[in-house]
Every structure is written in C-alpha cells, then in structure tokens.
Design a protein around this ligand. Structure first.
Ligand SMILES: Nc1ncnc2c1ncn2[C@@H]1O[C@H](COP(=O)(O)OP(=O)(O)OP(=O)(O)O)[C@@H](O)[C@H]1O
Length: 523
C-alpha cells in the first residue's frame, strides 16, 4: 500500500518546476481518511497550494492511492529555513550566562536602548511593574515597545538561551512550533502604545515575561478592532522569543467550540484535551462567543482549571467586561476575576496618527503626515477601518500614478466614510450585493468552485466583511460555507494587494462599498 511519503515523492516528480518550487519547504504530515494534510511555512505558500496547485496535487495523490484524496494545508512556520536556522542557532549549547545575549524572535527588534533590570520579588521571581509603565513620563506620548531585558531565570526555571525542559515534562525543541498559529505581524514592536491601551499593553508584556506568575488569567476587553487579538499574538511571540520550547496556543473561542464539537463527534476527547491542556500559554480570543454554550463552557472550565493549577498562563479577550458576559456561567466569570482585567479604549487622535505612521512604514506605503492626520481625523473608532482607509488611499494613488496628497485622500474617503450616522452593514448585505454585482448566486459565493472570477468575488466579499462589519475571522468563514478563518485572512491580504495592482479590483471594491453603504442607509 502506498504511504503518504511515497505519494508525495510522486507529486514532486510529477509537477513542472515552477509549481514544484512551491513545495521546496513543504512537508506531508499525515493522511487522515481521504484528506492528506500538508504543512507549509507560511500563509502565502498555503494560498498557492490551495489555489494554483490544488488540482494537480489532488490528481496525483488520487492516482497514487487509487481513491479520491483531497488536501488540507496547514501552516507550520518552523518549516521556514531562515527560522529553522535561527532556532538551530538558539539551540547551541548554552554559553556561560555572562556571555549570553537575550534571544530575539525573528519578528522582534533587539532593544534599542539598555533596558532597565526589573526588580525581583522575595522568592527571586520577576516582579512586573505595570505601574512604572503608567507613571513613567516617557510614556506620555504614543510610543513603540522597547523590548526589556529578560530576567536571568525563566519562570520555567531554566536559564534563557538553553533548550529548557518544560515543567510538565512535555517535549521541547521545535516540536509543535507551528501549533501556536501566530500572525507574524502582530508583535509588540508593531503595537503602538497610547493612553487608550497603555495599561493593557503593560500587563501583556508583564505576562509574557513571567507566564503563569504575573497575572493569571489576564483578561483584555474592548470593542471590536481595538487591538485585542494583536496583543494576544504579541504575548505569544514574546513568550516564544524568551523561552525556547514554550508551548503557546492561540485559539478563537469559535474554533475552540468547533474543535470541541468535532472531538465529541469523532470520539477524540482526549486528543482535544491534550491540545489545550498541554500548553504553557493559552491565548483565547473573543470569549463572549461561549455565552449560552453550556457544554463548551463546561469543557473550558476544566481546561482553565487544569492550566491554572499547573501555573500555566491563560490570556483571554472579550468584547465586554466579564461582569457583562451575562450568559456565561458564574464560576467562569469569577475565575476571570482572579487575575487582572484590563480594558482597551478607542485610541485618541495622536495614537491613531501614530498607528497609521507605523502601518505605513511596515507596509511600505508612502503618505505624507497631513494625509495620515486627515485619515486619522476621519476614522475614529475602529483601527481595522483606519488601516483600511490608508490602504485605499495609497492604492488609489498608485493606480492613478498620482502622489498621495490631501485632495486625493478627500476624494477616496468621501465615498468610504459618508457624513452622518454610521449605518449598520451586515454580512448578508455584502454577500447579496457582491453576488448580484458579479452575476453570481449566494450559493456560488459559499460553494467550492475555484473559477477565477468566483474566487475574486468571494475574496472581495470576505474582505468587505472584514472591513465593514465587526464579524470575527471564523464567523466570516462560517458565512462563506464553513471556510476556515485562515482562508478569510488570506482573502483580506490578497484583496489589499490586488487593489493597488489592478484598477479593476480597486473599482470593484469601491463600487461595491458604495452600493452596500447605500443599501445600509435605506434599511
Ligand atoms: N495599538 C495598535 N497599534 C498598531 N496596530 C493596532 C493597534 N491596535 C489595533 N491595531 C491593528 O488594528 C487591527 C485590528 O486589531 P485586532 O484584530 O487586534 O482587534 P480586536 O480588538 O481583536 O478586534 P475583534 O474583536 O473584532 O477581533 C489589526 O490590524 C491590528 O494590528
């Protein structure tokens, strides 16, 4: 009988070189019933496998096994050769402490100034000082994160820089590196600190430096698009850069729920439990989604207790304060109050400008200060919308080969942000308008056909759901025929890119936005 390794060798031999190139750093993981799981190093490669390469991959695998095989692609950043090299370097025998350099995650910049050593408490553990973050006059203006020096002794009891056996005896090294599923862009370096988020940020840094010790759990709450997910991912990155082998898992509450339901259905409860209990840091997003889901709450309660009893860190985000999560069991809400609760407020003008400046720099978008100020003055509440506005202005300028200036920004934003109250846009409005605009049906948008027009239409609709509604990634995926949240992430990125490269896509997105907002106003 053919095994997946053999079949994969046939795949590699059977593809033309330009397609095979995409598989250089890919790896077949396992064959589960009729699904071959393939790991790739990043989301972009995943997109290529899921679109361009899928028909050929599935054809060759189907021929090899003599039955229908579909592929499912998962991202494992440890397959990235650069990252692997860095990890191998990090796993060299530890130097004497005096010669040790703090480890840095590839996404994180080394400290730009000598960091102040934080005080130790009586048992020698690191004592985080959030207060200093709040009272330090240097923190008065929006600023960027300066990575502090990690403490000499990790909370897991091992010097940083060595491959520490973790406290519960779980495997170390790079095993499970792909499990964390962290967005490489959401780090502390890319997070702008202002008065609206200073406390939440300081607590997040403290938790990442002393997981399980500083505040457990940490709960971050605030309205949609204010940076909760970003902070959760940043904690994950920072923990992994400080503690080699630390097992970090990010999960949205929707995924946790779906995973739980599937585990019950497939009789895989113990695998499910291991996935969420054998971790050092569990980052769980949008906990409000568990409201009213009694069985999942029960399971999460036990997950929480197991982790907490073992001094493993739990970080939770919510769109409301725990007291206002009325449909959540009291015992869970009480536990959320054991740790530290921090909120994030909408950013003030100064912080919004700083966020745009940072975004422009990281995405290599050129926009003069007056344009950034103009955009920041127009979009006041949701940072996702703020970023969307910047992308549209710069895309419009690049398509027209015009400089980004105030008059151009005014034209673009006039359509994007109508005067007066903000009408509520729903996913069904977006899907309905997109379908009729492209002459498709809603079923087409939700179906599995991958014709070019359909793929673009589907991706535009997903992009607009992300930009114009408060729906989370998994929820948007659900609306489009139960797709995975990473498909939505890919669609968002793809359309952002296409808008600045193809006039047709820019026009389609603009026209559709107008139609959708017009419809919303009529409701
Ligand atoms: N302080 C900040 N500095 C830089 N970028 C930010 C900041 N706050 C939010 N963002 C960016 O705004 C966007 C939305 O943030 P994020 O997804 O973390 O919000 P959220 O609060 O989790 O929203 P939701 O509840 O809808 O999931 C992201 O691209 C994020 O990087």
């Amino acid at each position: 009988m053919t095994d997946l390794g053999e079949a994969w060798a046939r795949v590699l031999a059977g593809l033309p070189p330009n397609q095979r190139a995409w598989l250089t750093n890919s790896r077949p993981v396992t064959l589960h019933e009729s699904t071959a799981i393939v790991a790739v190093p990043d989301d972009f490669t995943r997109g290529q496998l899921e679109t361009r390469l899928r028909p050929d991959l599935e054809r060759i695998l189907t021929e090899s096994f003599g039955r229908d095989i579909r592929i499912a692609v998962t991202v494992d950043p440890s397959l990235d050769p650069e990252l692997r090299e860095q990890q191998q370097a990090a796993q060299q025998p530890p130097q004497p402490y005096a010669q040790q350099q703090p480890q840095h995650h590839p996404q994180q910049q080394p400290p730009q100034q000598p960091a102040v050593r934080q005080p130790l408490n009586t048992d020698g553990a690191y004592q985080p000082t959030i207060q200093s973050a709040l009272t330090d006059p240097a923190n008065a203006a929006p600023q960027q994160f300066q990575q502090p020096a990690p403490q000499q002794q990790s909370p897991f009891g091992q010097p940083i820089g060595s491959v520490a056996p973790l406290p519960n005896g779980a495997p170390t090294a790079t095993e499970g590196q792909g499990e964390a599923r962290l967005n490489p862009k959401y780090t502390f370096e890319t997070f702008v600190i202002g008065s609206s988020n200073r406390f939440a940020h300081a607590a997040a840094v403290a938790v990442a430096e002393a997981p399980g010790k500083a505040y457990n759990p940490q709960l971050i709450y605030g309205d949609s698009g204010l940076g909760k997910t970003h902070l959760l991912h940043a904690i994950g990155h920072y923990v992994r850069s400080l503690y080699t082998g630390a097992r970090v898992r990010y999960v949205s509450s929707e995924e946790f729920t779906n995973d739980f339901i599937n585990a019950i259905r497939d009789d895989k409860a113990s695998q499910f439990q291991r996935r969420y209990r054998d971790v050092d840091v569990l980052l769980i997003d949008d906990i409000q989604f568990l409201e009213g889901k009694i069985q999942t709450q029960e399971e999460f309660f036990h997950t929480f207790n197991t982790l907490h009893n073992a001094n493993k860190q739990i970080v939770i985000s919510s769109d409301r304060a725990p007291k206002r999560l009325e449909a959540l069991e009291d015992r869970l809400r009480n536990r959320f109050e054991w740790g530290l609760i921090t909120d994030i407020q909408p950013p003030d003008l100064e912080t919004r400008i700083a966020i745009l400046r940072k975004k422009a720099a990281t995405e290599r978008l050129t926009a003069p200060p007056e344009v950034l100020e103009f955009i920041a003055s127009k979009v006041q509440t949701n940072i996702r919308e703020l970023e969307g506005a910047l992308i549209r202005v710069t895309a419009f300028a690049s398509l027209n080969r015009q400089p980004v200036d105030l008059s151009l920004a005014e034209i673009v934003l006039k359509d994007l942000i109508p005067e007066g109250s903000k009408p509520e846009v729903t996913a069904s409005m977006i899907m309905g308008q997109t379908a009729s605009y492209f002459g498709l049906s809603i079923d087409d948008l939700c179906g599995s056909s991958r014709s070019r027009v359909l793929v673009t239409a589907r991706q535009i609709a997903m992009y607009l759901c992300r930009e114009l509604t408060d729906l989370s990634l998994p929820k948007i995926g659900q609306q489009f025929g139960g797709r995975d949240h990473t498909t939505v992430m890919h669609a968002e990125r793809k359309i952002r890119q296409l808008m600045s490269e193809r006039r047709s896509v820019f026009n389609q997105v603009t026209e559709l936005t107008n139609r959708i907002k017009h419809q919303a106003k009529q409701q």
